[in-house]
Every structure is written in structure tokens, then in C-alpha cells.
Design a protein around this ligand. Structure first.
Ligand code: ADQ
Length: 633
């Protein structure tokens, strides 16, 4: 009888493979030989069935048990087992075990393939994300931790009322739509003048203000704590350490002590906010390198996914940090550690391999330390897609008109746009030099083209940032003195803009120039593409951004090469509309597929799989005839 079941399974799988390989309605034309073999096997099976005269229902039940893996193959017993009671099912005869094992493995592979295919067909939307959360993760609450808060409450100068601001931050841009979809709690530093006035007794406020869907839990840091942890260790130490922008990192032991203490404060908040003993915690960025391990010390069953939004340098550069080992050990408290690019994953794994005692598996990209496993994975971040109506609702022609009129520019003026935090890694100086070179090489553009740089003030209490702002202002003034015609060559607007205003600029521009000297991803590039539903406009993009790996249809440049950047600007201004459309369509397609819901969804799916695996019993030690035991893998 068991022979018949095995034959049946082989046949079913065989036919399933034949059918699965072709779209419905065409399978029978695929390969006549295969079709005939299937028929032959069917006939053989039928014959075998008739010969054994096994009742059909019995046979069918047995086959399904086998397929579901309910007829397990127990490890060979050390001592003979007593005969099973009559009701107990017997395992397959030993001579069939290898075949059965192969069949079950084949079924698992088929299931894995089906899942991968299904996932690639998912349209990544907030609903898809919610479905993963409530299906694969059975509705567990998600806790996000970041330094920057998604909403800042400020007192208005004019009338003392309270207004809400969205900070200029790539992390917030990406994560906020994810939290709207997932709900849960977002823990962040309170930074607005009216932040304390709006929270409840537990320092929580429901957001977004217009339609609350998750809780924002604020942490209050003293000015000294903020100076040491945020401005000091994170932004004078780790930020320049991880970006190759030729600014020397500064490390002070006092800053480190504050960094440690602040991480501890956030870890305590996570424990207080957790509703279960195994929450999913999404730790964001270089402000919290110690947090993953601290969370696991209090909540060993938590699933900690850490995402590092900035580049990871090579081991030699990272070793400059006096607390390099503590940072690596802290991060290896994560179950999953994510970076934007494979290159940064490689750098991290190389750093671990070089600096600490841990087992690095380069095939699975995991690091194991003290029996704890961390998966190092690439998850390229993105933006919400489709962009919300408020951002793209205004017709492009109106945006063009309003931006020109609002800035005192003539109606036909050609416009280039740059949108950045005022940060030395963003290459604003280099960008201005390229605009200057454009005018030197193409004098006909003088008075015809204006480059508008929107720069959000950032980290202005750090000397390096203040000097940078002065240098940017001075350079813009110098270039304007040389090349302004009826309109300025460069319009520098050092102020925060509402997201809808930023999109208006994107829609009004002929060219967007993203010239970062080094950037984990850069969301401005993706926002510009998302804003251009008219399929016009050209993106000039630094090769040193993560985005350049995903958007090769942009004009990719080296921001240090002033002549090349000037040539790219001229190429963009002269590009025929058809070519603009061809490039823009390809980029829009990529971002629509690889949007921020996919970024978060992939991490949550990986976390769900990890949680399921962790609930299985440990693999048994299998002892061979020579007694050399090894864990099954
Ligand atoms: P950031 O360094 O903040 O992010 P980026 O990805 O470009 O850089 O995002 C900036 C965001 O701020 C964008 O949404 C942009 O629209 C907004 N913004 C910039 N200037 C503004 C202004 N003047 N007014 C209003 N809004 C403004 C970090 C990493 C990046 C990574 C992100 C996300 O440095 O490499 O892409 O995190 O992971």
C-alpha cells in the first residue's frame, strides 16, 4: 500500500509542476512528451490501485496525511520501540524514507516558491502592510524608537496658539506613513516649545493631529543630555564617522556617557510601552546603537529590528571610534539589522569580523555572538506611493506659475531645484560651484536659468554646521555677484517648508540636482520623481547616494567633478521632452513598486518568519553510527 501512496505523491507533484509552469489554458500545449508521460504514470497508478484493491477513501486520507507531513519520519530509535497500539499509524517503511524525505523537501520548496511568487505580486499599500501585521504577525503591536519625532507642537509667535510642524527628516518622511498603517507607539524626543502642553499624564499624544491612528510617546532630555548624546556623540562623532565627507569626527568621553544614559532612558520607555513580553521594536538609526541589546536584557523575547539610515564605513574607518566595540555589541542585540545597500551590509559584516569575537556566516549574512543570531539585511528605503493628493493635486502649470511669480522670476525662467537639510554631507557647496561652471561654459544661460536651493536649518548649535551655513551663504552671494542677469543665478532659501510647498517646487522645476557627497539613500531624489506625474523634468543624481543604485535613468554624476556636474545640468536643460518622459517613466515605475510599504513589509515578514522559527524546539543532536553527534541544520 505504501508503495502506492508514494507513487501517488510522485504523480501529484509531477502533474502539479507541469501545471504550475504554464499560465492557465496553455498547460496542455507545453510539452507533449511530458503530457504523455503523465498519462502513462496515471495509468500505472490506476493499475496499482486496482491490484491492491485498497478502498479509495482510505487511500486518499493516507495520501493527504503524507503530504501534510503528518506521517513523520522519526529519528531511528536507539532501542527498539514497543509495537504501536492498533490505532497508532506506522511510519513509512525504512526503504522509502529517503524518497519520502526528498518528496517532503520538494513540497516545502514548492511552497517557498509559491510564497516568493505571491510576494512579488503583492501591491504594496497601507492595507497590504496591515494584512501582514494582522496575518503573519497576528496583530502584534509595533513600537518605533527614533530621536526625531514625527510631529512637533510649537507655540505661534503671533497669537500664542499651538501649531503642528513636520520636521525635515528622511527618517520621518519614510516611517510616518508606515506607522499610520500599523498603529502602535512611536517613542521620540520631545523637541517643540508646546510639546509638553499637549501630552497626557503618560507623556503620550495621539497623532496625526487630523486623524489620530497611533500614539506618540515623548521623552524629555535636559539641555546637557541633548548636547552630549545628540549633538555630541551622535552628530559630531558617529555622523561624520559614517559619512565620507572629510569632516573629522570628534569623540568625547562626556558625550559617550550621555549617549549611554539616553539609550538607557529609551530602553526603559520601550519596556514600559510594551503590552506583551515579545513586542516588535523598530529601532531607528545611529542615535540608538546600544538600545537593541538593552531591550533584550529586559525583554528577551522581543523582536528587535534596527535600521541604520546612514552609510556604514569600512572597518579601518570605523575603528577610529573609541567605543567601536560597545557599538557593535549593542547593535548585535538586534534580531535583524538593516541597511539601504548591500555595500553597507558588507562593510558592517567586515567590521564585525575584524573587530570582535563573533561567528560571521557570509552565505546567510548572519552574525552569531554568544548563541544569539543577527541577520544583516538590505532594505532600500523609499517613500509612500502613490503620493498623497495634497502633494500633487495642483496642476503643474499652476506650480510653475506660482513658484516663478512668488520668487520674482520672469514667466519663462528655467528652474533648477535642490532640497536638503543644511548639512555638509549634502554637497550644497559643490552644487553651487557646478552652477557657476554652467554659466562659465554656457553664457547664454545667464539670466535664463535660476537654481533655487531650499535648505532646512539643521544642527545649528554645532560649529561645523554654523561654518558650513556661512560658507554656503558667502558662495551664493559671490556667484550671484558674477552671474545674475534680470534674475538671480542662485536663490538660497534657508528655511523649513511644508511638504506641499516642497512638492510645488519639484513640479515647477526643469531639473532637480541631488549632489550629496555621501548619503545612505536620499529621499529627495525619489520625491522629485514621485512629484512628476507629468513625466517631465530631469534628475541629476550623485553617484554617492544609495538612490543612484536604484535610479540609473537619472543623470548620475560625481559631485566632486565640477565640470561633469555642469555638463549634466546643461544636458538636462536641453533634454528633449520624449527622453525626459522615457527616463521619468522608468524611475516612476521602480518607485511605485519599491515603495515604503514594501520596505517596512519586507522587514516585518522577515521578523514574522524569525518569530515562527524561534518558537520551534531546538534542533536535536543527531548521533551517527560512530557517535559523532551534530546538530541538524
Ligand atoms: P536625511 O539626511 O534627512 O535622511 P533625505 O533622505 O534626503 O535626508 O530626506 C530629507 C527629507 O527632508 C525629505 O523628505 C525632504 O523633502 C525633507 N526636507 C529637506 N529640506 C527641507 C526643507 N527645507 N523643508 C522641508 N522639508 C525638507 C536620512 C539619511 C538619508 C536617508 C533617510 C531615510 O541621511 O540617506 O535617505 O534618512 O532613510
Amino acid at each position: 500500500m505504501r508503495l502506492v501512496q508514494l507513487l501517488s505523491v510522485i504523480l501529484v507533484i509531477f502533474v502539479a509542476i507541469v501545471l504550475a509552469g504554464e499560465p492557465p489554458g496553455r498547460w496542455w500545449t507545453r510539452d507533449l512528451a511530458v503530457y504523455h508521460i503523465s498519462l502513462g504514470l496515471s495509468a500505472a497508478l490506476l493499475g496499482a490501485l486496482l491490484l491492491t484493491r485498497q478502498p479509495w477513501r482510505h487511500w486518499l486520507a493516507g495520501m493527504w496525511e503524507f503530504l501534510r507531513g503528518e506521517r513523520h519520519l522519526p529519528p531511528a530509535p536507539a532501542v527498539p520501540e514497543p509495537s504501536p497500539p492498533p490505532t497508532e499509524r506506522k511510519p513509512p517503511a525504512s526503504e522509502f524514507r529517503p524518497v519520502a524525505r526528498d518528496l517532503q523537501r520538494l513540497l516545502r520548496d514548492l511552497e517557498g516558491e509559491r510564497r516568493a511568487r505571491d510576494e512579488s505580486q503583492v501591491t504594496w499599500t497601507p492595507d497590504a502592510l496591515r494584512a501582514i501585521l494582522h496575518g503573519d504577525l497576528r496583530g502584534e503591536d509595533v513600537i518605533v524608537v527614533s530621536n526625531r519625532e514625527p510631529y512637533i507642537h510649537q507655540y505661534r509667535r503671533a497669537d500664542g496658539g499651538i501649531e503642528v510642524q513636520r520636521p525635515a527628516s528622511g527618517l520621518v518622511t519614510a516611517l510616518e506613513p508606515v506607522m499610520r498603517a500599523c498603529s502602535g507607539v512611536w517613542i521620540a524626543t520631545g523637541s517643540g516649545s508646546a510639546d509638553r502642553a499637549v501630552v497626557d499624564a503618560n507623556d503620550r499624544v495621539a497623532v496625526p493631529p487630523e486623524r489620530p491612528s497611533y500614539q506618540l510617546r515623548r521623552i524629555w532630555l535636559s539641555p546637557e543630555e541633548e548636547a552630549g548624546y545628540y549633538y555630541g556623540f551622535a552628530n559630531e562623532g558617529l555622523w561624520p564617522l559614517c559619512h565620507i565627507a572629510h569632516v573629522r569626527p570628534t569623540f568625547r568621553s562626556g558625550d559617550w556617557a550621555h549617549y549611554l544614559a539616553a539609550n538607557r532612558r529609551f530602553a526603559e520607555a520601550v519596556v514600559r510601552e510594551a503590552k506583551t513580553d515579545d513586542p516588535i521594536v523598530l529601532v531607528q538609526d545611529y542615535h540608538f546603537a546600544l538600545l537593541p541589546r538593552m531591550i533584550h536584557e529586559s525583554l528577551p523575547d522581543a523582536t528587535v529590528i534596527t535600521f541604520w539610515h546612514i552609510p556604514w564605513p569600512n572597518p579601518e574607518s570605523f575603528a577610529i571610534c573609541p567605543w567601536a566595540l560597545e557599538i557593535l555589541n549593542g547593535l548585535l542585540g538586534s534580531n535583524i539589522l538593516g541597511f539601504h545597500t548591500q555595500f553597507h551590509c558588507n562593510n558592517f559584516v567586515d567590521t564585525v569580523d575584524r573587530l570582535i569575537e563573533a561567528r560571521v556566516d557570509r552565505e546567510t549574512f548572519t552574525v552569531s555572538q554568544g548563541g544569539k543570531l543577527t541577520a544583516v539585511r538590505r532594505y532600500p528605503i523609499s517613500i509612500a506611493w502613490p503620493p498623497v493628493e495634497d502633494m500633487v493635486g495642483k496642476p503643474v502649470a499652476d506650480c510653475r506659475h506660482d513658484v516663478r511669480a512668488g520668487n520674482g522670476l520672469p514667466p519663462g525662467q528655467l528652474i533648477g531645484i535642490g532640497v536638503d537639510r543644511l548639512d555638509y554631507t549634502k554637497g550644497i557647496i559643490e552644487r553651487f560651484l557646478a552652477v557657476e561652471r554652467l554659466f562659465e561654459l554656457n553664457p547664454q544661460r545667464i539670466g535664463q536659468f535660476t537654481f533655487i536651493q531650499i535648505a532646512a536649518p539643521s544642527r545649528s548649535s554645532i560649529d561645523e554646521y554654523r561654518h558650513h551655513e556661512e560658507a554656503v551663504n558667502a558662495l551664493a552671494a559671490r556667484i550671484n555677484a558674477r552671474f545674475s542677469g534680470p534674475a538671480p543665478a542662485i536663490l538660497l532659501k534657508v528655511e523649513h517648508h511644508e511638504a506641499a510647498r516642497v512638492y510645488e517646487y519639484y513640479r515647477a522645476a526643469e531639473v532637480c540636482f541631488v549632489g550629496s557627497l555621501h548619503d545612505g539613500m536620499n529621499l529627495v531624489a525619489k520625491e522629485f520623481v514621485a512629484a512628476r506625474d507629468d513625466e517631465r523634468g530631469v534628475l541629476v543624481l550623485s553617484q554617492f547616494t544609495g538612490a543612484a543604485r536604484e535610479l540609473p535613468e537619472a543623470l548620475v554624476v560625481n559631485p566632486y567633478d565640477v565640470d561633469q556636474c555642469a555638463a549634466a545640468l546643461e544636458l538636462a536643460l536641453a533634454m528633449p521632452p520624449e527622453e525626459q518622459g522615457d527616463r521619468m517613466r522608468l524611475m516612476r515605475r521602480l518607485i511605485s513598486e519599491f515603495n515604503v510599504y514594501r520596505w517596512a513589509g519586507r522587514m516585518l515578514l522577515d521578523a514574522a518568519l524569525m518569530r515562527r522559527r524561534s518558537k520551534l524546539p531546538d534542533n536535536p543532536v543527531i548521533t551517527g553510527p560512530a557517535g559523532n553527534g551534530s546538530a541538524a541544520t
